[in-house]
Write a protein that binds this ligand. Sequence first.
Ligand code: GDP
Ligand code: IMO
Ligand code: MG
Length: 424
Amino acid sequence: MPATIVIGTQWGDEGKGKLTDLFAKDMRYVVRYQGGHNAGHTIVVGGESFALQLVPSGVLYPHITPVIGNGVVVDPAVLIAECQQLNERGIDTSKLIVSGNSHLIMPYHYELDKLGERMLGRNKLGTTKRGIGPTYADKASRVGLRVQDMLDREIFMQKLEVALREKNAVLTKVYNRLSLDVNEIADLYLNELAPKIAPMVQDTVGIIHDALEDGQNIMLEGAQATFLDLDHGTYPFVTSSNPTAGGACVGAGVGPMHITRVVGIAKSYVTRVGSGPFPTELTDETADILIEKGHEYGTNTGRRRRPGWLDLVMLRHAVRLSSVSEIALTKLDVLSGLADIKVCTSYDIDGVKYDKLPAEQTKFQQAKPIYEQLPGWQKDLGSVKQKSDLPKAALDFINLIEAFTKTKVTFVGVGPGRDQFVPL
Ligand code: GDP
Ligand code: IMO
Ligand code: MG
């Protein structure tokens, strides 16, 4: 099974970090293929918690080579700081490699992200303000700087000067801000950061393909999720990359024929951070229970996540979009103790029943969930290790997910710890 993709099937924070770490035991390479440090992937081992932003979630294993692929956007200062923090905790990051083609997040990208959000006012997207959108915009506009440019002073200066000409005009004339100094940025990126980044820069595509030819197992770790996908998500309330499986091929440089397994991570309920439509969103006391029991605060930004019931219409759509071959269901333990559990199986949109996602965003915005209600269970699942110890009501919940999505649930998460899962 050469290449496995792990993707989020909802709006992020499904537990991709935990599952990637779990699967990494049998892998040789773990590759991040899109996004940047807008991600926050948590791994809990022996009671110790690691919140990774840019470094791939296989890093805790000495046998893994973590790879930052060409589709990722990189702030080199963040990458170096994250590596240092891991090193201080005894985690070796010396095998980490970075694609020279990945684009650099520059200081003006942060500024423009924040200013863009402010300009949108009430319509803001609720971005992580990490400069992600502006960096991908520059990539598409072909004015971006790439990691490899840090290794060539002349090219870097040339590109930076061109970019700053436009950025400074926007900053000063549109937003009434101060302009950024070319020499300050060059000093930071070329003198301070480049010597530390240079040893990491490798031909990641070549290395991945040599490994594939050698029959080694590669894991492609998605960040964000299906409904934050630039093409398939709830536009404009999305991120600026493609977390879906197609994005994994592009962002790592691996053709689809190498992908033998696509693991869709689904939380047993749904959360969303930031703005945008969310048909099954809850605002009652069940919301508070899910937030507190599930510790639903952003790994990265600390923001309270918006909770809601599991939406099977969306999950089935995510399965289709990414050829999801199996589902890993996380946080089943959080549902313990609820009297009833609701699962959305269709929408009412203007009096019409939809059992598929409407193609138009305006309709999705108006979608009212139609639920199936299942009995809950009381048992604390934290120490369950095998299927036969799961309560019948929990198995019924899982069966409904499988029947609706026509996809097997192969793993169930019953706690944040690396060993808190049940194979099915
Ligand atoms: P990611 O962005 O998809 O990697 O997910 P995050 O790490 O942002 O958020 C998932 C949170 O749920 C983290 O705090 C995890 O430690 C935690 N978690 C993951 N799986 C489980 C699970 O099965 N049960 C519980 N209770 N927590 C989990
Ligand atoms: P992981 O990988 C949840 C959301 C932001 C915002 C939108 C756009 O941990 O699941 P951006 O900064 O990317 O331009 O913000 O996307 N968002 C996430 N939500 N989990 C994430 O990552 C996210 N990364 C971005 O909250 O709504
Ligand atoms: Mg997260």
